[in-house]
Ligand binder design. Structure first.
Ligand SMILES: [Mn+2]
Length: 357
């Protein structure tokens, strides 16, 4: 269990206990949820070598009892800082580790606790990399919803539609199919806009001859999907067709090569070297992929800057692309789970160029 691993790690750290909070910080809050299973919006955990406390108020008493039964519950009855102090005194805590991404205003409050504060950079990240079968099942379900939503909406896609309208259709379809939430913004980038790797859906109408890149995703029980496909509105030019086939082959090679133990840099090179070999290296400037889970972007990275081996059970994206200013772009992305001898691809949406007439 994750708490045990954290307690072991704390033994080797310079602080006595770890403070996990969800106050006004979605990223930090996910770590609280990851460690405790708590899905409420207000709560704190304090974990030391041989104790674990969950602190919240009466609104969440029943929820904590259900979701976090193995933590000692401390109910906030006055100021929340007093409840934290109560635990600090009880366990004689002199130093607290905390996620440095919390707000400065929150940090100022903790300065009044009378303990030494240790800002932590990515302390929880490494714990989250390797996914359990339960986590994989949730990501897989999010992928299924995403694949299905794209398939359904492509059936309705027509020349003349506005990118933003297509975005709304995709989001609604995902919710209908059981997504908890969708990403805030989708990339729907048609024609020359496809040259922007992060071209959010705009007011542009989709035109005949455009390639359209969709980069979309949703969450299922707290875990995200991330899918990119590029489709053609009518017969594409031979140039765009060439780009598509190069990206498709680069992506195929990445998936075929991906396995735990290789470094992020090595996996990145599989896709990058092929695109470079075909003469388009200068048009593929972003990393090949990133970790995926409770966050759409998390550890590890599949990039030239990531020299560490990728772990068994890591969920990463493989998403090479080519972007040519004034012309357009192509990107194809799957989410995969790394195993000792390969990877399991979670997306099933086809990768042959789909021509929508
Ligand atoms: Mn991605």
């Amino acid at each position: 269990m994750i708490v045990k691993h954290i307690q072991e790690k704390i033994k080797t750290e310079a602080f006595d206990a770890l403070l996990l909070t969800g106050l006004e910080n979605p990223a930090a809050k996910k770590n609280l949820q990851y460690v405790t299973n708590y899905t409420g919006s207000y709560g704190f955990a304090i974990i030391g070598e041989d104790y674990k406390y969950f602190i919240s108020d009466f609104r969440y008493r029943d929820q904590v009892a259900e979701e976090v039964p193995d933590f000692t519950f401390v109910e906030i009855t006055g100021a929340f800082l007093d409840a934290l102090k109560e635990v600090i005194q009880k366990e004689s805590i002199t130093s607290l580790g905390f996620d440095k991404r919390i707000r400065y205003s929150e940090y100022e409050l903790y300065q009044t606790l009378g303990v030494t504060l240790h800002p932590l950079n990515n302390f929880m990240e490494s714990f989250r990399v390797s996914k359990t079968p339960e986590e994989v099942a949730k990501i897989k379900k999010a992928c299924e919803i995403t694949d299905q939503a794209l398939a359904d909406i492509l059936q309705e896609l027509k020349v003349g539609m506005i990118e933003k309208d297509v975005e709304i259709k995709l989001k609604n379809r995902m919710i209908e199919l059981g997504a908890e939430v969708t990403w805030d913004r989708f990339i729907v980038a048609s024609g020359a806009r496809g040259a922007m790797p992060h071209g959010m859906a705009s007011d542009k109408r989709i035109e005949k001859g455009d390639l359209v890149t969709f980069d979309i995703g949703c969450a299922y029980e707290g875990y995200y999907s991330d899918l990119t496909r590029t489709v053609a509105m009518g017969k594409p030019s031979s140039k765009m067709k060439e780009l598509y086939e190069i990206v498709k082959e680069a992506q195929r090679r990445g998936v075929a090569a991906a396995k735990a133990g290789m470094t992020g840099k090595e996996l990145d090179a599989v896709c990058r070297d092929y695109i470079t070999e075909r003469g388009y290296g200068e048009y593929f400037k972003h990393g090949t992929g990133h970790g995926l889970g409770m966050d759409v972007h998390e550890a590890p990275r599949v990039s030239y800057a990531y020299d560490k081996p990728l772990e068994v059970g890591a969920c990463v994206t493989i998403e090479p692309g080519i972007y040519i200013s004034g012309l357009g772009g192509v990107r194809i992305e799957d989410d995969v789970i790394l195993t000792e001898d390969g990877c399991i691809v979670l997306n099933e949406f086809p990768k042959e160029l789909l021509i929508i007439e």
